[in-house]
Design a binder for this molecule. Structure first.
Ligand code: SAH
Length: 340
């Protein structure tokens, strides 16, 4: 029989297995708690007894990624990890240090299908989804390695979270579980390139997390050039889904908007963007475009003027701080199998 991934299981599911193998169900909490602390061997679960350790070893495996590379930014202390997964694939995550707490940016897929023109994660296409345990491990093992307490999570690494829906939901349930890491939904952001059906599906869960839409252009012509997904699901569809999401959950949407020279930084585009954001009550998070090797797209020189227009139009806008750019850890710079 093939072994199962125990770290992707909720305590209630571990309990059900324990009952089947004639063990008391209270052990589930102990096992879950060990897993959330990052043990990589059942032998380390010292309070559950040798015989249960052996039984679990027969039925399950415990994921534990290996650190292939750790880079620390000399500018701001941002740490980027390249992890080797069980099957040899690799993904990156980033730990950022903010005044209000440390944040981990996790990947959700090995590669990405979306093909956005400005994003390094698009290079080389999509290989597979990460399991819930593999998403979780990025937090658990980054915390263990760095000795930093992580209080916030952004699903903004490699991959499209809503294209790996089931595993992302499971990850959220695990990381939010009171018997484990217990990070509140309000400390979690999920970023999407804009899949309307999946935004609706997420809305049905009515979670108090922050949903960020990678907007990057206020008109279909520009957005379709930058983001192929817009050809399948144009702005009207995505924004309508965001509106439904907001009315279901009461949580304001956040727009991510990477400022690209001569592409999406005109005065007219600022006016339209402000209009869209105000209609939705959305917050605009401007990002100065980060360099991606081999891309002809350049960062804007009109950032301040763009902000001014947005503010004059009454929109709610902030600029994302750039962290870790000296180690290619900034938005859009993460890649799978990063030349190790
Ligand atoms: N697939 C999801 C999650 C990725 S999040 C999404 O598209 O939202 C990463 C964020 O960084 C997204 O908003 C993405 O559009 C943005 N980004 C990608 N490349 C970038 C670049 N070169 N400069 C700045 N931001 C970038």
């Amino acid at each position: 029989m093939e072994k199962k991934d125990i770290k992707s299981m909720l305590p209630s599911e571990i309990e059900a297995v324990l009952l089947e193998i004639g063990e008391p169900k209270f052990r589930a909490k102990q096992i879950f708690s060990w897993l959330m602390r990052g043990v990589s061997d059942f032998g380390e679960m010292t309070n559950i007894g040798k015989s249960l350790q052996a039984k679990l070893e027969e039925l399950f495996y415990i994921t534990a990624p290996e650190i292939l590379r750790r880079q620390v930014s000399a500018d701001d202390g941002t740490i980027k990890y390249l992890w080797k997964l069980r099957d040899g694939n690799a993904v990156e995550s980033v730990v950022m240090r903010y005044k209000y707490g440390n944040t981990v940016c996790v990947s959700t897929q090995v590669g990405c299908k979306m093909g956005c023109k400005f994003c390094a994660s698009a290079h080389g296409g999509w290989i597979r989804n990460l399991t819930a345990s593999e998403i979780l491990d990025q937090l658990i093992f980054a915390e263990k390695d760095s000795n930093l307490k992580i209080s916030n999570i952004v699903l903004m690494g490699i991959g499209e979270p809503l294209d790996n829906f089931e595993n992302v939901i499971r990850f959220l349930e695990l990381v939010n579980h009171p018997e484990g890491i217990n990070i509140g939904m309000r400390h979690i952001s999920v970023s999407t390139s804009g899949l309307p059906e999946m935004i609706d599906k997420l809305g049905d869960y009515n979670l108090q997390l922050t949903l960020s839409l990678s907007l990057h252009a206020p008109d279909n012509e520009t957005r379709s050039k930058l983001m192929p997904i817009n050809q399948r699901h144009p702005l009207e569809e995505v924004l309508a889904a965001c509106e439904r999401y907001y009315s279901k959950t009461g949580r304001r949407i956040s727009f991510e908007y990477a400022m690209i020279d001569g592409v999406n930084d005109s005065d007219e585009q600022a006016v339209v963007l402000a209009k869209i954001a105000k209609k939705l009550g959305a917050h605009i998070n401007l990002i100065q475009l980060n360099d991606v090797e081999g891309s002809p797209l350049k960062p804007t020189s009109r950032l301040n003027r763009f902000i001014k227009i947005l503010e004059n139009e009454g929109a709610n806008v902030t600029v994302r701080r750039k962290l870790g750019s000296d180690i290619d850890a900034a938005c859009g710079q993460l890649r799978k199998n990063n030349a190790y």
